[in-house]
Design a protein around this ligand. Sequence first.
Ligand code: ADP
Length: 297
Amino acid sequence: MEIKIRNMSKIYPNGNRALSDIDLTIPNGMFGLLGPNGAGKTTLMRILVTLLKPTTGEVTVNGLDLQKNRKEIRAMLGYLPQDFTVFTKLKTWEFLDYIASLGGLKNSKRRADAVDQMLESVGLFDVRDRMAQKLSGGMKRRLGIAQALIGDPKIVVVDEPTTGLDPEERLRFRNLLSEMSRKEIIIILSTHIVGDISSSCHNMALIYKGRADFIGSPQEIIERAQGHVWEITADDSQLQRIKERFPVISTIPAEFGYEVRVIADNPQDFRCEQAEPNLEDAYVYHIEKLDPEFVHD
Ligand code: ADP
């Protein structure tokens, strides 16, 4: 599978420009869209799942134009929107069965098997007879991913799937998506949570103010931050000055003050040591370059 997005922009009817000149090629595997709230991720995803039309530009899926082949492309899609809710009064298994039949799984035996298998893999088999509306928050999210994954979609689009999940649920969710991504399919995951990307995505784009400012692997974006991450050992009197001068990633109380992790080129007037960047550092480093006000209050 391959999705190609060329020169795409989206301006909403009220004049809001949500996307500008997006050029992106998405191969098989898990692809992360990382960016803060309001960056344009949901807009991009809604265009990809044919719920919204771009203002300019085109999208092709395996060479098929998204606008001209909406029906074929919809049949390949699984989508978990950010605000997934179950309105219908159905049991958990009935809801999945219904979605699978909408997705074209007509044979009832095969559909029942697919539903059981999916309930197993998202850990909802034991509550399959519970009304879907009565599931806990975490279980509803799992049902959300199950309805996006059932029927063997070729493209799975999940918008902020781990928001509101506790750490255990979040881990389970990431693992489930990683397992799925071993197949020949595309999984697009939008998130503002760096850990979602670092633990699972092969490729990613950094989305900020409607632009894709970095496209590549998580390792590559981390490499670019090399040399720009420092750990300063500071006392109380220095802390405020550090915060004013540098974007601070973390402040950890230490024996005689604090260990402050910052993005900086050379904070030599403090007691400091260069640190090995991680994805969170790289994210802040890149956004800070685009918008110096981003991290500073
Ligand atoms: P994200 O998913 O990264 O939080 P969105 O795609 O939701 O970003 O939003 C991108 C920008 O588009 C924001 O400035 C937002 O206010 C604006 N926006 C989103 N939906 C609409 C809409 N229906 N009408 C007008 N502006 C919108």
